[in-house]
Ligand binder design. Structure first.
Ligand code: NG6
Ligand code: CA
Length: 527
């Protein structure tokens, strides 16, 4: 009897939800395969080897693994750059970041790097009737020029001016001030009693810093740098004052952005939408919510991966409940390769226990070696893509814009997305055609070229290791380097001397690509 009552209660409680989702599932309005919803899930510093479906053993990622099982897992996809700002710039504009001098890792008070005149991925979707949004990490500047933003009012130049209908973002990274979310151009939860000031030059009088007050860094301590303003017991890069109740708590960032993403999906369930969902995970400071802690043996870095997987699962579940998963493309990837110690004492290095964040590749974030730009990439679109596929095609995130544009029939204006090529057939598994070559940009501005068989790294004079990111190989060498990737994924011994013709051909690719910058109408800031 008691059990019956319990069942009854359970059924009656579930009924409205079930009815709702059945209703939604019955007739999703957007079933047009030429207007699929598109969600880009872009993780931060997530490595090729950090996911179960890419071989990780020390951490579980069941949601991402399921996404891969239901779609295509790519094994040779490259970010355009080995750091965030240039990588994201390239995804969102379809232009190689290295064509511009001002796309290095942006400060939290950088001016907008993509100016309103430039054609963006968001413009492209908007032109086809999509509702567009960006949620999470931005790191491409806000406002007109560096350091001139008034964080206490609407920031006059923002993502709304480059095609995003809705935006809920952090200006840069979680380790850079200002530590507040910005909702459609104004600080979210703004606290008038605590006006916000930001400087990347000097501290505000009387404010504690990580350098002078390490005892106030009760949540995480710095290992390198990260010794300026302290927010939530964690010292950051840059100085800020104020913020009050608008200041984020690092442990709530994933919840906050995931909730906003779910709300956006729900609001737009009946019309085509494009969502750029850029997580803070697994970038430093890694400080995930308590409920994701201690689920794996790798400490905070592993917990951040678990938290990322949770966010992905929430988005998948939302699509399922609304009955719109079938005609939604999810593209999941990372902005650059992984890094273990990136400036906070989170024990990531000592707890790896055999885990290889970059999988089989040499180097990591920042590096000219493959680990700098080799990223996981998964595409799921149940309506049009058969699940369970693995594609070994050589692909680059630079082509997402033209490829997605071709799927939705966008007419890209002349000069728009100039480096992006249409590889929609590869992206959707219709074939496994390689890009003829992929260009990679390292932190030290060195360019590399990958073909299906070869990897060429141009000569440079810099140090072999970054002094501020321990164990990070730059890939620099004064000699040109050539590796046969087909023979060995690990770039161990350069065979440049044995293959002068191939070195020449690879150099020619770079020369040819660089010459394009002089000839055509690439966007030049300030002109
Ligand atoms: C570096 C930071 C690093 C990270 C990186 C940007 C130090 C010592 N290191 O300067 O922690 O913030 O910039 O990462 O400050 S990215 O993924 O956004 O490009
Ligand atoms: Ca990154």
């Amino acid at each position: 009897m008691e059990q019956q009552v319990k069942n009854l209660i359970a059924v009656s409680l579930l009924a409205p939800i079930a009815a709702q989702s059945a209703m939604a599932a019955k007739k999703p309005k957007n079933t047009d395969p030429t207007r699929p919803n598109v969600i880009i899930i872009l993780a931060d510093d997530l490595g090729y080897g950090d996911l179960g479906c890419y071989g990780a053993k020390n951490v579980q990622t069941p949601n991402v693994d399921r996404l891969a099982q239901q779609g295509i897992r790519f094994t040779d996809t490259h970010a355009v750059a080995a750091t965030s700002t240039p990588s994201r710039y390239s995804i969102l504009t379809g232009e190689y970041a290295w064509r511009r001098p001002d796309t290095d890792i942006a400060a939290g008070n950088a001016g907008m790097i993509i100016k309103p005149g430039q054609y963006t991925m968001a413009d492209m979707f908007k032109s086809c009737g999509y509702r567009t949004c960006a949620i999470g990490k931005w790191h491409l500047g806000l406002g007109e020029t560096q350091g001139t933003q008034d964080w206490n009012a609407q920031i006059p130049m923002n993502l709304g001016d480059i095609g995003f209908d809705h935006h809920y973002i952090m200006a840069a990274t979680a380790d850079r001030v200002p530590c507040v979310f910005i909702n459609d151009g104004t600080v979210a939860n703004y606290d008038p009693s605590a006006p916000i000031e930001v400087s990347y030059k000097e501290n505000f009088p009387g404010e504690p810093t990580g350098k002078d007050n390490p005892e106030l860094c009760y949540n995480l301590q710095s290992s390198v740098g990260h010794n300026q303003s302290i927010v939530n017991g964690i010292a950051r890069i840059g100085y800020m004052r104020g913020g009050g109740k608008a200041l984020w708590k690092d442990e709530n960032i994933a919840d906050s952005i995931t909730t906003h993403a779910i709300d956006f999906i729900k609001e737009n369930k009946d019309r085509p939408f494009f969502m750029y969902f850029a997580t803070n995970d697994v970038h430093v400071p890694r400080f995930p919510h308590q409920r994701f802690r201690d689920k794996n043996g790798m400490g905070l870095r592993g917990d951040a991966i678990v938290q990322f997987d949770w966010s992905v699962g929430q988005i998948m579940e939302t699509l399922d409940k609304l009955g719109i998963a079938d005609n939604t493309i999810i593209l999941l990837s990372s902005d650059n390769g992984p890094v273990v110690d990136d400036g906070y004492k989170d024990r990531a290095e000592e707890l790896l226990n055999g885990h290889k964040p970059a999988g089989p590749w040499r180097g990591n974030k920042y590096s000219a070696f493959e680990g700098g730009t080799q990223v996981p990439a998964i595409v799921r679109w149940p309506k049009a893509i058969k699940g369970g596929q693995t594609s070994n095609a050589l692909t680059s995130q630079i082509d997402w814009m033209a490829s997605l544009g071709s799927i939705i029939g966008a007419r890209v204006p002349q000069g728009g997305a100039p480096d992006s090529q249409n590889y929609a057939a590869t992206l959707t598994g219709a074939n496994t055609t390689d890009r003829p070559y992929v260009i990679e940009l390292a932190y030290n501005h060195v360019l590399s070229v990958r073909t299906n068989e070869w990897k060429y790294i141009e000569p440079s004079d810099g140090p072999k290791l970054l002094d501020w990111a321990p164990k990070t190989e730059t890939g620099s060498d004064p000699q040109p380097q050539l590796y046969n990737i087909k023979k060995s994924q690990w770039e161990s011994e350069s065979v440049a001397a044995q293959h002068p013709q191939i070195v020449y051909d690879m150099q020619n690719i770079l020369r040819h690509e660089r010459e394009k910058s002089d000839k055509h109408s690439f966007f030049v800031p300030g002109v």
